[in-house]
Design a protein around this ligand. Sequence first.
Ligand SMILES: NC(=O)c1ccc[n+]([C@@H]2O[C@H](COP(=O)([O-])OP(=O)(O)OC[C@H]3O[C@@H](n4cnc5c(N)ncnc54)[C@H](OP(=O)(O)O)[C@@H]3O)[C@@H](O)[C@H]2O)c1
Length: 339
Amino acid sequence: MAESNRAWIFEQPPIRDDFDTALKFRDWPMPEAGKDQVLVKTLYLSLDPANRRWMAGPTYMPQIPTGLPMWGFVLGEIVKSNSDRFQAGDIVGGVGTWSDYAVMPAEGLDKIADLGGMPLHAAMGLFRGPGGTAYVGVVDIGQLKAGQTFVVSGAAGSVGSLAGQIAKILGATVIGIAGSAEKCAWLTDDLGFDHAIDYTREDVEQRLRELCPKGVDVYFENVGGAIGNAVAANMAKFGRIAVCGLTAQYNEERASVGLDVMPLLLNGCTMQCFILYDYLDRIGEATAKIAGWYAQGRIKYHADITEGLENALSAFKRLFQPGAPHKGKMMVRVDRAAN
Ligand SMILES: NC(=O)c1ccc[n+]([C@@H]2O[C@H](COP(=O)([O-])OP(=O)(O)OC[C@H]3O[C@@H](n4cnc5c(N)ncnc54)[C@H](OP(=O)(O)O)[C@@H]3O)[C@@H](O)[C@H]2O)c1
């Protein structure tokens, strides 16, 4: 085992997007695993917009404590186990830290099963979090039916790119909203979306009016703000909005949809927010379906991998830069040997 450890330390909650003050990269003592804990060598670190809200206050997790390594979803290899559930060499996933090594409670860790030839990072980028969220949002919350019109914002991102592909498989006409011409071309040319709107150059409300004159049946909301209002103005009678995330507002003190409710009232629309943690019993079905679609070549998965823990912060910042050149699931390969 390597002798040294490095970590991004959470110094203080950021004001807006001042992440340089919030996070500092340091040498950090090698942690010792206690009872029912394991020492994990980080292989991959997931970068998620939600990490920004974890810094700001309690969510479905407690607020991240200051003066300690930043939290994040990780895939890692157990180096030392003080738990009956795991042994050294096991590959696990769970909430870890932005560090080379971390001690994690055995409870709450998942052993990563054989991925049948897929790269290890698919366990974090295709299945569980992103895949489960996309599936639950489309199927359970959106209740999408074949023949309907489906719109997703943050469409070239991790959850959005999967949600749009799932909607297409289920027989919908799919429109993605993303932040550059290159991202839009990826959605239509590679992922099979019917249309894509570049919100940095096009009038989203007007384009939706042209593309779906009968209105939007299901909207998968990932970003909120002006984009949410542009879609709300185009909802069909009895349309459904699945609110998954509000990335455009995560750097605000209070993230709110800021939604113009009037068009929803007039059309009798339903808006339902959801957090995947409340639907963990649906992950098994989501994983099986997505694995099947992937094997049939009907779903594509793209991992946007940044090399090296030291580069985690610059990559994280790009999640909050509209149009930044990344697609699919953002992650950091912490151990350069990880597949
Ligand atoms: N409810 C749940 O259980 C659950 C689970 C997982 C994720 N989520 C949420 O789902 C959303 C998507 O997550 P993800 O991991 O897939 O992230 P992501 O979409 O891969 O990355 C964030 C994207 O948001 C867009 N964006 C950033 N700032 C924006 C702004 N000001 N206006 C419009 N778009 C902006 C950027 O894409 P463009 O360049 O295309 O604008 C960026 O690439 C997040 O809000 C996340 O918190 C919710």
